[in-house]
Ligand binder design. Structure first.
Ligand SMILES: Cc1cc2nc3c(=O)[nH]c(=O)nc-3n(C[C@H](O)[C@H](O)[C@H](O)COP(=O)(O)OP(=O)(O)OC[C@H]3O[C@@H](n4cnc5c(N)ncnc54)[C@H](O)[C@@H]3O)c2cc1C
Ligand SMILES: *[C@@H]1O[C@H](CO)[C@@H](O)[C@H](O)[C@H]1NC(C)=O
Ligand SMILES: *[C@@H]1O[C@H](CO)[C@@H](O)[C@H](O)[C@H]1NC(C)=O
Ligand SMILES: *[C@@H]1O[C@H](CO)[C@@H](O)[C@H](O)[C@H]1NC(C)=O
Ligand SMILES: *[C@@H]1O[C@H](CO)[C@@H](O)[C@H](O)[C@H]1NC(C)=O
Ligand SMILES: *[C@@H]1O[C@H](CO)[C@@H](O)[C@H](O)[C@H]1NC(C)=O
Ligand SMILES: *[C@@H]1O[C@H](CO)[C@@H](O)[C@H](O)[C@H]1NC(C)=O
Length: 500
C-alpha cells in the first residue's frame, strides 16, 4: 500500500486500510483535512518514510501504522486530540536518539515526527535562543559560536536539543554552566489532552518543573527557549585525546579516583573515558577524551597527569568550542554517533566515586566477555563532569531531575547484531551493572533516564521527585499516554497505557 499524502485526497479515496478500527479514508477526512498544507501523512509501509526521522537504534523500537509530519503547533494539537478521541497510540519523534526497552510497548501507533520544527533563532539583546523540536545539538554550536556565545550542550551532534534537555541534558560544559535544564527558560508545548500552552517559571510552573527531568511524560514540546552566555575563554578550548593499553588500567582509574573530588577536578574540564575492545584484534583498550574550557596553561597539569600514565598515543589542540565533538577521539568518536539503524541497547549508572577495585574488575570482566564475541561492538563510557554548579542551583529552580549529585555518568552502549543475542547481552550487563551500583558510592541506583535501559524502575529514574511527578501525571496525563520509555504511573494508578 503506497500513499504519500501531501493532503492529496484523490490518492486517499482509493484506500481502505483499516488501522485501529478506523480506515484511512476516515482518518484522512476527519484529520487530514484539518491540518495545514505542509503537513505530511503516510500510511505505512511507504517508501517515503525514509525521509522521516529514522531511529538511531533499532533495539526495542516502536512500530507505526501511520506517520505524520505536522507543520505547526496547531497541527500537533489537532493530531493529539484526534488520536485521543480515537484511542490511537502515538509517540513523538524528535531526534530519534532515544533508546528504551519501553518503546517496544508502542505498537501500531502514529509517529508524530517533529522534523519540520527546525528553526534556530538567536535573540542577542536578551541573551536567549529559541530552537525547534527538530534542532539537534550541533545547531547550537553553529548559531552561538559565531556570535561569541555558548550554552551547555551534549556530546553528540545529532541528538535533538529538546530531547536531551527534557531528561536533564548532560554534556562537556556542565561543570561550568550546569545542566541544559538549568538554561531552559520556557517551552511551547501541546499537553496530553491537546491544548497548546507555554510553560515557564511563571506560566504553568508545575508543568515547567515536570518537563525538566521527565519531559517525555507530559506532552509534546515544539519549541524551547534557553538563556545563552558569553563564550568562556573567547570560545577557545583545549581538546586532548589519549589511548592506553590494558596495562594502564590501574593508572587511569587511580587518576579518576583522585579527581572524584570537585575541589580537585576543575569545573572547566570534561573527561570521557571509554573502555573498549579493538574491533580487529579484540584486545581491550582505554581511551580518554578531554575538553578543557580555558587556556592551555590551565589545562596542562591535568593533561600531564594523563601523560604520566603512559598513553600509547596522544595529542592535544586548541579549538573553537563549536568543533569539540567533531575533534574528539582523534576525530573518530562521533563519526558513529550520527549513524542510524544499528542495534544498540543502553545500560547506565551514576557514580559518586570511582572505586579503583570496582573499575579494574569491571574492565577485566568487560574485556574477557566481549573479546571472544566478535558480533559485539559495545563500549563502556565514563563521563566525568564537576557537579558543583549543578548542585548550587536553588531548589526553586531545580526541576524534576533528581540526580544532580552524580559526578560520573556511566553509559554502557551495547551495539550488536540483533535480538538473537539479547539474552546473553542483558545477562552479562545486568550482573555488571549490579557491581557498578555497589561500587558507585550511592546507596541506591541513580539513573539518568536519557542513558537508561528502561528496566530500572521509577525509583531509580525519578527518586525523590516521584511523588510530585505522580500527582502531576494524574493531573496532566491520567491515561498515561505519554512517556513509554520511562513511564510515570499516575497517582491513582487506575489506567496506565505503558505499565511495565
Ligand atoms: C549517540 C548518543 C549520544 C548521546 N549523547 C547525549 C549527551 O551528550 N547528553 C545527553 O544529555 N544525552 C545524550 N544522549 C541521550 C539523549 O539525550 C536521549 O536519547 C534523548 O531521549 C534523545 O532525544 P531525541 O529527541 O533525539 O530522541 P527521540 O527518540 O526522538 O525521543 C526520545 C523520547 O523523547 C520524546 N520526545 C522527543 N522529542 C520530544 C519533544 N520535542 N517533546 C516531547 N517529547 C519528546 C519521544 O517521544 C521519546 O519518548 C545520547 C544518545 C545517543 C544515542
Ligand atoms: C526523499 O526526499 C528526497 C529529497 O526531497 C527525494 O529526492 C527522495 O526521492 C525522497 N525519497 C523517497 C523515497 O521519496
Ligand atoms: C476509547 O476508549 C475509551 C475508554 O476505554 C472508550 O470509552 C471509548 O469508547 C473509546 N473510543 C473509541 C472511539 O474507540
Ligand atoms: C528547515 O526545514 C525546511 C523545510 O524542510 C528547510 O527548507 C530549511 O532549510 C530547514 N532549516 C534549517 C535551519 O535546517
Ligand atoms: C585495532 O588494531 C589494529 C591492529 O593492531 C590497528 O591497526 C587499529 O588502529 C586498531 N584500531 C583502533 C580503533 O585502535
Ligand atoms: C600539546 O599542545 C602544545 C601547545 O599547543 C604543543 O606544544 C604540544 O606539541 C602538543 N602535544 C601533543 C602531543 O599534541
Ligand atoms: C558522595 O561522596 C562524598 C565524598 O565521599 C560524600 O561526602 C557524600 O555523602 C556522597 N554522597 C552520597 C549521596 O552518598
Amino acid at each position: 500500500m503506497r500513499s504519500y499524502i501531501k493532503l492529496s485526497l484523490a490518492v486517499l479515496s482509493a484506500l481502505a486500510v483499516v488501522v485501529n478500527g478506523t480506515d484511512n479514508n476516515a482518518i484522512a477526512d476527519s484529520l487530514g483535512l484539518h491540518l495545514s498544507l505542509r503537513t505530511e501523512i503516510l500510511f505505512l509501509p511507504d517508501p517515503n518514510y525514509e525521509n522521516f526521522t529514522q531511529r538511531h537504534s533499532s533495539f526495542a523500537n516502536p512500530s507505526y501504522n501511520i506517520a505524520i509530519k505536522p507543520a505547526t503547533t496547531q497541527d500537533v494539537s489537532k493530531i493529539v486530540k484526534y488520536a485521543n478521541e480515537h484511542n490511537f497510540t502515538y509517540m513523538a519523534t524528535g531526534g530519534g536518539h532515544g533508546i528504551s526497552r519501553g518503546f517496544s510497548h508502542v505498537q501500531g501507533a502514529i509517529d508524530i515526527d517533529l522534523g519540520k520544527f527546525n528553526k534556530t533563532q538567536l535573540y542577542l539583546d536578551d541573551n536567549l535562543v529559541t530552537v525547534g523540536a527538530a534542532n539537534v545539538l550541533a545547531d547550537f554550536a553553529e548559531t552561538l559560536y559565531k556570535a561569541g556565545k555558548e550554552i551547555p550542550t551534549g556530546n553528540s551532534p545529532c541528538v535533538s536539543a529538546i530531547g536531551a534537555t527534557i531528561g536533564a541534558g548532560v554534556g562537556p560544559m556542565q561543570g561550568l554552566r550546569g545542566l541544559m535544564i538549568d538554561s531552559l527558560r520556557s517551552v511551547l508545548m501541546v499537553t496530553p489532552n491537546g491544548d497548546i500552552v507555554t510553560a515557564s517559571k511563571t506560566e504553568n510552573p508545575d508543568l515547567f518543573w515536570a518537563i525538566r527531568g521527565a519531559g517525555a511524560n507530559f506532552g509534546i514540546i515544539t519549541e524551547a527557549t534557553y538563556e545563552v552566555y558569553d563564550a568562556t575563554n573567547n570560545g577557545q578550548h583545549i581538546n586532548a585525546d589519549f589511548v592506553y593499553g590494558p596495562e594502564s588500567a590501574h593508572g587511569v582509574f587511580a587518576v579518576m579516583s583522585h579527581w572524584d573530588s570537585d575541589d580537585v577536578y576543575p569545573k572547566e574540564m570534561s573527561m570521557s573515558v571509554t573502555l573498549g575492545v579493538n574491533s580487529t584484534t579484540r584486545l581491550p583498550f582505554i581511551s580518554v577524551s578531554v575538553y578543557y574550557f580555558g587556556p592551555y596553561e590551565a589545562a596542562k597539569p591535568y593533561l600531564q597527569a594523563l601523560v604520566d600514565i603512559e598513553p600509547v598515543r596522544w595529542h592535544n589542540a586548541s579549538l573553537g568550542w563549536d568543533g569539540m565533538t567533531q575533534a574528539a577521539g582523534f576525530g573518530q568518536t562521533f563519526a558513529k554517533a550520527c549513524v542510524r539503524g544499528r542495534y544498540t541497547s543502553h545500560y547506565t549508572a551514576g557514580l559518586n566515586q570511582t572505586d579503583v577495585h570496582t573499575w579494574k574488575t569491571v574492565f577485566r570482566q568487560f574485556a574477557s566477555w566481549s573479546g571472544p564475541r566478535p558480533w559485539f561492538q559495545g563500549s563502556i563510557i565514563l563521563q566525568r563532569y564537576n557537579a558543583k554548579v549543578t548542585q548550587q542551583v536553588p531548589e526553586a529552580d531545580c526541576g524534576a531531575y533528581p540526580w544532580r549529585d552524580i559526578g560520573t555518568l556511566v553509559l554502557m552502549a551495547n551495539t550488536y547484531d540483533g535480538p538473537a543475542h539479547d539474552a546473553e547481552v542483558d545477562g552479562f550487563y545486568r550482573t555488571l551493572r549490579e557491581s557498578i551500583y555497589k561500587g558507585s558510592g550511592f546507596s541506591s541506583p541513580h539513573v539518568y533516564i536519557n542513558f537508561g535501559n528502561g528496566d530500572e524502575g521509577t525509583e531509580a529514574w525519578y527518586g525523590p521527585s516521584l511523588p510530585r511527578l505522580r500527582k502531576l501525571k494524574q493531573k496532566w496525563d491520567p491515561r498515561g499516554r505519554f512517556g513509554p520509555g520511562f513511564p510515570i504511573p499516575p497517582e491513582s494508578g487506575v489506567h496506565f497505557c505503558f505499565d511495565t
